[in-house]
Write a protein that binds this ligand. Structure first.
Ligand code: GLC
Length: 535
């Protein structure tokens, strides 16, 4: 028992420890001006929908000024909102209205790289080798007699080398610059104090405008190893996402210097007591992952284990255990997500069709039963599948071009949401949507799903509400229960029992009142591919 002083009243847990976040991919959520691309006014118009869904907070993918070479993750001005999304005023209005509805607003920040159209990078191109302008990025001479070989062998995450050669002012081929992602996303040199200062300026700028926190893009990036050594190259499976495949010894990521960057960020964040910083951290090792959420670093870090896990009970249990262990050692809390804008949608990952739907229903209930914060990717609440047959001509993910047209990339999970009506684009836009919406989605529009109690959307609404109001979801821990082969059962400290049936047959539920189930239950029988909550 820890010592507790008499009269000690524990501080309430910060809001983000148990919040349900809704991830908005703004290009695909709702368009207010008919240009075919979603925007912040479109999002504001749908806040009533998000309130109905019951989420506590939004995470908005990048909306800063950008030429959109990587859907906005190529930022040309980190302290302005792109006109495509409605400019600064649209963000201010969104924050105000969300706050009126008691919803918090967090946004993406992209500190690892800028756009090649950022004024710093343009100045670097115009300046000479060795200049202070070039020292904000990673410019290096090439190898080989004429400098024609890249400075090291690192590949870019989107395919091809991580270096691009520039033409110098005299017209001759010159130095190379590093871009771990697309060539339009040059990596910043975080050894240069100017880079950290500018980032702090950006963080303060948004917090002072009322933003409640940030999702930090590539939070395991930024720091680079001294001398930029070559890496061991591995053959990777072609159909895997590049973001997922790099391992823990990859010199492009997870270098020790990154933790000092997060400590400085945390000091600044602490001036804004309710604000949260959530890192995108693709690090597999539990201890090294946990390092990112030590008390003086990030508040939360994305754990992608569930998003990578197939519908298999042992794998799911491992993912849950590992995620909990990784944060418990440093006193942090867990995050859970089944999908996001970079990975295949869960309905498809679980097998697609009716089985994929049933499993996705089961998994959102399992996820919402876990202690920690939950991130829902827009469209998951409608049970949208990946769209894997988009015409090649419309593909926009840089992966498509950079892989030499062998990997389609992530557009299939970014197709605009169907809101209402019978014809594409289902009121997403009054114009032509930036990616085509499948005609078959007429059956799964928000309008139709709101009317049906057995829809995915209704399940999400009921589950989120129960999680918010029932005391049985309380407490930081869980305990696994004995369960038949192919099933999982755990009990929360507060008393909730969550039972997942991942077999192909019905199982009998243990004693207790059924609060909610992802599939109809009769005579205490839980169907295959389903989850039930009992108290
Ligand atoms: C992150 C984002 C991804 C983006 C990449 C480069 O992984 O989630 O969408 O392409 O960073 O910024």
């Amino acid at each position: 028992m820890p010592f507790v002083a008499p009269g000690f009243v524990p501080a309430p847990a910060p809001w983000w420890r148990s919040a349900v976040f809704y991830q908005v991919y703004p290009r695909s959520f709702a368009d207010s001006d008919g240009d075919g691309v979603g925007d912040l006014r479109g999002l504001r118009d749908k806040l009533g929908y998000l309130e109905l869904l019951g989420v506590d907070a939004l995470w908005i993918c990048p909306v800063m000024r950008s030429p959109m070479a990587d859907g906005g993750y190529d930022v040309a001005d980190p302290r302005d909102i792109d006109p495509l999304f409605g400019g600064l005023r649209a963000l201010d209005d969104l924050i105000d209205e969300a706050h009126d509805r008691e919803m918090r607003v967090t946004m993406d920040l992209v500190p690892n790289h800028t756009s090649d159209q950022h004024r710093w990078f343009r100045a670097a191109l115009a300046a000479a080798p060795g200049s202070p302008e070039r020292a904000r990025y990673w410019f290096r001479d090439g190898r080989g007699p004429d400098g024609g070989v890249p400075p090291n062998n690192w590949p870019s995450i989107f395919g091809g080398p991580a270096w691009t050669r520039v033409t110098e002012a005299d017209g001759r081929p010159g130095q190379w610059y590093l871009h771990i992602f697309a060539p339009e996303q040059p990596d910043l040199n975080w050894d240069n104090p100017e880079v950290a200062q500018d980032f702090e300026h950006t963080v303060r700028f948004w917090l002072q405008r009322g933003i409640d926190g940030f999702r930090i893009d590539v939070a395991h990036g930024m720091a680079k190893p001294a001398g930029l050594p070559d890496m061991e190259l591995q053959q990777r499976p072609v159909d895997d996402s590049h973001l997922v495949v790099h391992d823990d010894n990859d010199p492009r990521f997870n270098n020790p210097g990154v933790h000092e960057i997060h400590r400085r960020l945390r000091k600044l964040m602490d001036e804004f007591p309710n604000a949260v910083a959530i890192g995108e951290v693709w690090v597999d090792d539990n201890t090294r992952f946990g390092d990112y959420v030590r008390p003086d670093e990030l508040h939360l870090a994305f754990n992608f284990r569930l998003a990578e896990t197939p519908f298999h009970p042992d794998r799911i249990r491992d993912a849950v255990d590992n995620s909990l262990h990784a944060v418990a050692a440093v006193g942090a809390s867990a995050t859970w997500t089944l999908s996001n804008h970079d990975v295949e949608r869960e309905v498809t990952r679980y097998g697609g069709g009716a089985v994929g739907q049933a499993r996705a229903r089961a998994m959102i209930m399992l996820e919402l039963a876990l202690p920690g914060s939950v991130f829902i990717y827009n469209g998951a609440e409608l049970g949208l599948p990946n769209v894997d047959d988009l015409p090649e001509a419309v593909l926009q993910d840089p992966t498509w071009v950079r892989s030499g047209y062998t990997e389609r990339g992530r557009d299939g999970c970014r197709v605009p949401l169907p809101w209402e009506g019978e014809q594409p684009p289902f009121a997403f836009t009054s114009g032509a949507s930036w990616l085509p919406v499948p005609a078959s989605w007429s059956a799964v529009t928000v309008e139709k799903q709101l009317e049906r109690l057995d829809s995915m959307l209704s399940l999400y609404r009921m589950a989120i509400e129960l999680r918010a109001v029932r005391p049985e979801f309380g407490g930081p821990g869980l305990e696994w229960y004995g369960s038949p082969p192919g099933c999982l059962a755990f009990r929360r400290d507060g008393g909730l029992l969550c039972v997942l049936n991942a077999t192909n047959a019905v199982i009998t539920l243990p004693a207790g009142e059924v609060l909610l189930a992802s599939a109809p239950i009769s005579a205490r029988k839980l169907p295959a591919n389903a989850t039930a909550w009992l108290v």
